[in-house]
Structure formats: structure tokens, C-alpha cells
Design a protein around this ligand. Sequence first.
Ligand SMILES: O=P(O)(O)OC[C@@]1(O)O[C@H](CO)[C@@H](O)[C@@H]1O
Length: 395
Amino acid sequence: MAVMIPATSEALPPELLNNDPEGYAWGVWQDRTPKLIAQLMDVTPWGPEQRHALESLLDEIASGPMRPLGAAAHDHDVWASWGTGYFGRPWSDASFLWSESYFYRRVLEATGYFAPGPWRGVDPFEPLKSAELADPALEADLRALDDLEELPDGEKGQAKLLAALWGNRADLGFRIGLAPGHAQLETEGLVADQSDQLWRRLGPDAQVAVVADNAGRELVADLVLIDHLLGHGLAASVSLHLKPHPYYVSDATATDYVACLRRLGQTPGAAARISARLREAATAGRVTIGVHDFACAPWSYHRMPGDLAARLRTATLAILKGDLNYRRLVGDRAWPATTDFTAVTAYFPCPVAALRTLKSDVVTGLDAATEAGLDAGGPRWRTDGTHGLISVTSG
Ligand SMILES: O=P(O)(O)OC[C@@]1(O)O[C@H](CO)[C@@H](O)[C@@H]1O
């Protein structure tokens, strides 16, 4: 049974659509999407069929009606029902949340990810993800984990939490290498910081769910945090929720999880020890990974299916990583920034902590003075990745 949008939905602020030239979505479709398609064509030697399909997708987004998945797709019927009211109309009329998810499904259709043939199972984003793990700067960050071990436990945990947060700032690298005493610096740019509430919710019996976002540096930082929770009496077990297939360029799948564990293991010292401990925890069932088709569905978590809700209901705390998970958590709507975070996420099956770099228009949980101060510098703080938040269910 799905958790439905509350009956008061007519009182909710409007959903964010693609057709607002002032909105963030507009720039994504005009600028980022063509660049992404060009990059995908560049990094993999696709044949003419895949290249043509990728180019056609771009043309369709620019000027055509949105078409459904081909009849042979295994999930054709699911998307046919999800797309009622969208198919046949311009992409620009669609909601941002819905259409971006569908876009990533259409990329996989174009490259033949699910179809019989040579490209079946080939992740079109893999070269981009691998490049991040091979970045020499990551080696320095991983070696700096040795210094982190010198910090007192509380400071060490906070540094790892902030590294997991800022790891979500895809283009600016993550900040795991902190000299003792400098953890505080990483709080600059936080528009809300309820990390004290996050720590209060954890303990030796806690069952923690981590709903992952990006692979590469972000997932490496998440794994470092998970190891910390397990090793410091802050969690009895951690379930790591991953994507069932490639999505939103760098979203983490089980393959990416394995690659990140391997990468951690390749740097001697603290990083390799973390990798080894996480492997032992997986063997002992203290770290489990899970995937659910809903993780790539075009809806907010209000429509979460019953089996996923039941799984999350047993969690002491769900840590939701990243911008997209945040949009799906609160709903991709024009919320006043002062909307109460706990109230707006009350429907979620367990207490939540959102760790997110701000990369889209949506935000809640701010106090009025903070919002006014940020707005005084213009609107870009919401979308340019310079700000972050740690928002936690109160109580
Ligand atoms: O979830 P992430 O990785 O933090 O962010 C994903 C994201 O930047 O990609 C989209 C633009 O393509 C935005 O909607 C969204 O905010």
C-alpha cells in the first residue's frame, strides 16, 4: 500500500515545473542536459543506433511531445501509468521532479541498458564515476584520514559527518582531510545545523538507514561515516540504500559501492582499515545493502510503496543524502523556506536526518533571519552548491 499525499494536498504550495525561465529547472534543460548528452557520446564508443537515440532524445526535449518508453521495455506498463497526463505533451510543461527521472530512464533506453544486445548492463555514466575515483586528489584526502584518527571522538565524528555532507558538493571535492581543531571551519555555509540532534538519536542499539546519493567521493565519505557509527557505539547496524540501476549520472549502485570499498582499501593506513572493517561488518550482517525500484521512481517519498515503508519503519534514524533525496523527502514544491522541517516530513516512516548541499530551489527549515540574510546576497545560495544543511526530525 502506498503512503499517499495528505488529504490537505490542495493547500500545498505548487510543484516546481520546467517552464519557469526564472526557475532552476530551466537552466538544467537548456544547458546541463545538452552538455551531459554530449559528454555521454564522448566517453563511450556507442554505435550509430545509440548515438542517434541520444540525439533524438535531446531533440524531443527541445521541441517534441514527450513519448512513452518503447513497447518492448520491461517497465513499459509501469511508466505508461506513471506518465498519464505527461506523455504527448511538451517536456517543458512537466514537473521538474517527474521529468528528470524519466529523462534518466530514457537515457538508458537510448543506450540499450536493459535491452538484449552488447550494451545490456553497460552503465553509460561509469567512465565519469571511475574518473572521480581515479582522481589523484582523492588519494591525498584518503591519506588525511590518518590525521583524523588523532582527533577526540566527538570532533572526529563531526568531521566525518561534515565530510559526508560536503561530499555531496560534487564539483568542489570533499573535505575529509581536516587538521585537528579545524572541524569547526566546515560549518561555514550551513544554513541549518541540527547535527546535535542527529548524534542524540544514535547509540549502541540504533538501526540506521543511509539513503545514499552519489557514488565516488560522496559514497566514500558516507562509508567512512558508516564505519565511524559502527565502531563508536552509535549504530548496531546500518542498511545502505542504493539505486537499482544507473540514474542521475553519478547516483550510487551496488557496483559503485563495491568500487568505493575497493578504492578505500587501496590507500594504506586508516582508509584501508576502514575498508577492511566495512567488509567484516558486511560479512557479519551489520552493514546490509538494499535496492528498491522506487529509488528511481519519479515521485516524492509520499508515494513510497508499503514494502519500502515497512523496511524504513524499523530504522532508528534514516540519513538521507543529497539534493534529490531532499526534494523527494519534502516534495519538490515552492515551500516557504521557513516551513517547519519536522512537520513537512512527519509522514516519513521513521525519524530523518537530511544531509544536503543546496543545488535546487527547494528549501525548508530555515529561520526568518537566516533566510533574509541569505536573500540579501541574491538568490543563488539556493542552487550554487556553496551552502549545505543538516536538518533532523525534532523530538
Ligand atoms: O542529488 P544530488 O546529486 O545532490 O543533486 C542532483 C541534482 O543536482 O541534479 C539535478 C539537476 O540535474 C538537481 O535537480 C539536483 O539537485
